[in-house]
Design a protein around this ligand. Structure first.
Ligand code: FCB
Length: 469
């Protein structure tokens, strides 16, 4: 049994100098090379390797008759997004998807994780359908199949149609019902060919990051709106699973993101536990067990929608697989107000990525074990996102090292009995990194955002050699 010990060796050193970027990281590369060589045969033959992307981050939301979404307005409000950048053009994947799918196939992947833009297909969020949008996803899935790539479909990766945002967005229960309608329309068109599907990417980001921390659209900082979103996004998950099963779809999953919650100092154990509860336990336990963690519910209950408990059986319908998105962990301390949810971040320990996200592959292994435990070892698990932002251009040795270490952690989880079946690297190509704009490059493939030229990086060639070996 895996015990989560929040007291484990807090290593906070207030005066520690933060060393960022490639120089520090490459130093580690030299010393670790021996231990981290990887081979395709380290993983089972039917293990799925893929790359992941999302619609708003790559397609070009200004193309093809998509309706406005809340990222368009959030990004045009000063202070929200670096240089007011938006996804109007992004990587022009809407026009270049064939070339992009060639890159996925040529690297040796057997799967591609993509998402469908709600506002592209239903510009008003409900009712009238934009035929060009539906046709696009139909072609996209056909082109995946033509390249022997399993289509791994995420229904909603964050671009809420503005018309629904105007109605209260995720704070409004109706949005969950409307997502189920969208799910139905989409599945009617592509459900016959998708290999696996999940309703929502990262419910924590949809709810807490966007309605309490205010970092993502709609940029709210409101505990009541956040609490409602925390519940409605899960209700949406359940309603979509129900709709899809009714349509005969199979292989339906849930994709959560996880972040290691480290106490910044010995006094911060409670703060870290609360962070862990809001981030890592709330969504997973609702789906796995049909209940919310009591310590977090105690903080949120005053703001929960009426009769929320009646929804728990919809939320907790069995899933066929669970997706783990993992990048990093945080060093935490109680915020100055001392109130529930007010948790501050202390500086990360090096090495860090270009996002200043602390790098620690062991935490990936820990989460794979935790998820396995939460679902009683009964559900296959996939790493649905993992990767790093780097400033090292096409010579991204740091990303190679990062991936090696995380692949190794995944292998180690398998050795410990986790039914891990696949791994999707975030991301296929550099793209729109939400409120951080186009500076944070996560791609295996470099994108010149002026010319739209795609150039495979060293990490792409490394992965290709690994997969074709
Ligand atoms: C995840 C998101 C994805 C991307 C990566 C870096 O949380 O799902 O869209 O932004 O982080």
């Amino acid at each position: 049994m895996l015990l989560i010990d929040y007291n484990l060796a807090p290593t906070f050193e207030p005066q520690q100098e933060l060393r960022k970027g490639t120089e520090f990281w490459l130093h580690k590369l030299d010393t670790r090379e021996e231990n981290t060589s990887m081979n395709r045969r380290d993983f089972p033959e039917d293990f799925v390797f893929g790359t992941a992307t999302s619609s708003y981050q790559i397609e070009g939301h200004g193309l093809g008759g998509a309706g406005p979404c809340h990222w368009d307005s959030f990004s045009s409000t000063p202070g929200n997004v670096v240089r007011l950048e938006n996804g109007a053009r992004a990587c022009e994947h809407y026009l270049r998807y064939r070339e992009d799918l060639d890159l996925v196939a040529e690297v040796g992947c057997s799967a591609y994780r993509f998402s469908t833009s709600w506002a592209r297909v239903m510009p008003e969020g409900k009712g009238k359908v934009n035929t060009a949008g539906l046709d696009f996803y139909d072609r996209l899935v056909d082109e995946m199949c033509a390249r022997n790539l399993q289509p791994w479909w995420t229904l909603y990766h964050w671009e809420l149609p503005s018309a629904l945002a105007d109605n209260g967005g995720w704070a409004n229960r109706d949005t969950a019902l409307r997502l189920a309608d969208f799910a139905h329309v989409m599945a009617d068109r592509i459900g016959d060919r998708v290999h696996a599907a999940a309703p929502i990417n990262e419910p924590w980001c949809v709810a807490w990051l966007s309605h309490y921390l205010g970092h993502h659209a709609p940029g709210l900082k409101d505990i009541r709106m956040a609490t409602r979103a925390m519940h409605h996004v899960l209700l949406a998950h359940g309603l979509v699973i129900e709709a899809w099963r009714g349509q005969g779809l199979e292989n339906l999953g849930a994709v959560f993101n996880f972040e290691k919650a480290n106490p910044g100092t010995n006094d911060d154990v409670e703060a870290a536990k609360e962070y862990d509860g809001i981030y890592n336990r709330w969504f997973m336990e609702a789906v796995a067990k049909g209940q919310y963690p009591a310590d977090i519910l105690a903080g949120l209950e005053p703001h929960m929608p009426n009769n929320w408990a009646d929804d728990m059986s919809i939320i907790a319908q069995p899933v066929d697989w669970v997706g783990v998105n993992y990048y990093t962990g945080k060093r935490l301390t109680r915020g100055v107000s001392g109130t529930f949810g007010d948790i501050a971040e202390l500086p990360p320990h090096p090495p860090v990525t270009a996002m200043e996200w602390e790098i620690c592959a062991d935490w990936l292994e820990e989460f794979l074990l935790r998820v396995d435990l939460a679902f009683d070892g009964s559900v296959p698990i996939y790493v649905t996102e993992n990767g790093m932002a780097s400033h090292s251009g096409t010579d991204d040795l740091d990303r190679i090292e990062y991936l090696k270490q995380h692949f190794k952690a995944a292998r180690s989880a398998i050795d410990k009995g986790v039914d891990l079946r696949g791994y999707f690297v975030w991301s296929l190509m550099d793209n729109y990194e939400w409120s951080l704009g186009y500076d944070k490059r996560f791609g295996l493939v470099h994108v010149d955002f002026e010319t739209m030229e795609r150039t495979p990086k060293a990490s792409y060639h490394w992965l290709q050699a690994l997969l074709k070996n």
